[in-house]
Design a protein around this ligand. Structure first.
Ligand SMILES: Cc1cc2nc3c(=O)[nH]c(=O)nc-3n(C[C@H](O)[C@H](O)[C@H](O)COP(=O)(O)O)c2cc1C
Length: 380
């Protein structure tokens, strides 16, 4: 694969993405909530994690393969769920699913993606995870799980960090609404970004087909009520128990920060926890994900995923040195798509791979699991 030297890091991809996306799409993809303290904190907390370089360690061959929940992946990172991915770039879900299969990394399809599990099934091979926003109606819940399983997704991720909608002021200011309505203001933003507009014209208007298939009429909702109403639930421990009983494959809980209830998770028998502050999009006084990874690691032996604000191979190394079992990224894959279209995901994966190899070389280690001893504790 040729490597485009104009984009050696996520920074260049992000800059190009911003130039190509209409303002409301950029704000949807890039914004946090409140004053975005938590979003910034994710970065500063990662920067504080220092690793000791190593010299005179001789030659070694780097191996980035990682086993997570019994499945071997070729790289130690994957793709987090992004709602309305297809609004950010046309056909994003399918492009990312195919990329996940070709590089053998996990891809997580969101409940509110622009493609449903059935249409993505033929492209996802053995690499499909499905992220569930919790439907309140048990019948819908059961039906969703059956459809997801039959479409070939083997791992279920329950997202729990949206007990209520967050405000995301930048998004509101940009003119985007829920459900999205094409106002003259948004039209004006779109007209300035021809490559995005053309790709959308080919794809058609982005929708949320999985949720929409449980339509308003069917549920006796007024036609004006947004279909997202079906998902507006604050799940509790019984909800997690119910899912554990009804989903036979691996079950992951996403969006945990407080390590206090760890025993309850262990007792219910979840397979892994996903430490995340939703990229700072939910709560502006939340701690950084990387700090809470440390808290979780000292509290449990359960496998731990971490995300939120990871940008480089070095960031991924930092997480493994602190005991992560896997790292996920969400927005960065979409910066890559918006910058380089279909070639974006492979280019971004290559950047991460090169960065991982370069930094593993600096600390004299052959794989990400053997990095703990290079951690400098209390580094500032
Ligand atoms: C535009 C956008 C949409 C998202 N949609 C979802 C979603 O549908 N479900 C979910 O569990 N998390 C969602 N997330 C959170 C991501 O899965 C992930 O936790 C977060 O983006 C990780 O941080 P990063 O983007 O800095 O890598 C979304 C994040 C963004 C930026």
């Amino acid at each position: 694969m040729t490597y485009d030297v104009h984009y050696p890091s996520l920074y260049e991809l992000k800059t190009k993405a911003q130039a190509r996306l209409p303002k409301f799409v950029w704000e949807y993809l890039n914004s946090g909530t409140g004053q975005e303290h938590t979003t910034r904190l994710n970065r500063t907390a990662l920067d504080q994690i220092k690793l000791m370089p190593s010299v005179l360690h001789g030659e070694h061959t780097v191996d980035l393969k990682t086993v997570f929940l019994g499945k071997q992946y070729d790289l130690p990172f994957g793709i987090a769920p992004i709602g309305m991915s297809g609004l950010i770039w046309a056909n994003a879900e399918q492009t990312l699913a195919r990329h996940a299969v070709s590089t053998n990394i996990p891809y997580t399809l969101s409940t509110v993606a622009c493609q449903d599990p059935e249409s993505l099934g033929p492209h996802i091979g053995q690499n499909g995870w499905f992220q569930l926003y919790p439907p309140r109606d048990p019948q819908i819940r059961t039906d969703m799980l059956n459809r997801v399983r039959n479409a070939g997704f083997h791992t279920l991720v329950l997202t729990v960090d949206l007990p209520v909608a967050s405000r995301r002021e930048r998004q509101t200011k940009s003119g985007i609404t829920q459900p999205p309505v094409l106002t003259p203001r948004l039209m004006a933003q779109i007209l300035c970004k021809p490559s995005w507009a053309l790709s959308m014209a080919r794809q058609g208007r982005p929708t949320m087909p999985f949720v929409a298939s449980y339509g308003n009429a069917q549920k006796g909702l007024p036609p004006t009520e947004h279909i997202g109403y079906l998902l507006r639930t604050s799940p509790d421990w019984d909800y997690v128990k119910w899912l554990r009983e009804h989903w036979q494959g691996p079950l992951i809980i996403k969006g945990v920060l407080d390590a206090e209830p760890i025993e309850q998770f262990e007792k219910i028998g979840v397979d892994a926890l996903w430490v995340s502050n939703h990229a700072g999009r939910q709560f502006d006084a939340a701690p950084s994900s990387i700090d809470q990874l440390i808290a979780y690691r000292s509290a449990t032996d359960l496998p731990l995923i971490v995300d939120s604000g990871f940008e480089t191979g070095l960031d991924i190394l930092r997480a493994y040195a602190l005991g992560a079992n896997f790292v996920m990224m969400g927005a960065p894959w979409h910066y890559a798509l918006a910058a380089l279209g279909d070639k974006g995901p492979a280019h971004f994966a290559r950047i991460l791979e090169l960065d991982l190899k370069a930094n593993l070389g600096q600390i004299g280690r052959a794989n990400v699991h053997d990095t703990k001893s290079r951690l400098i504790s209390n580094a500032k």
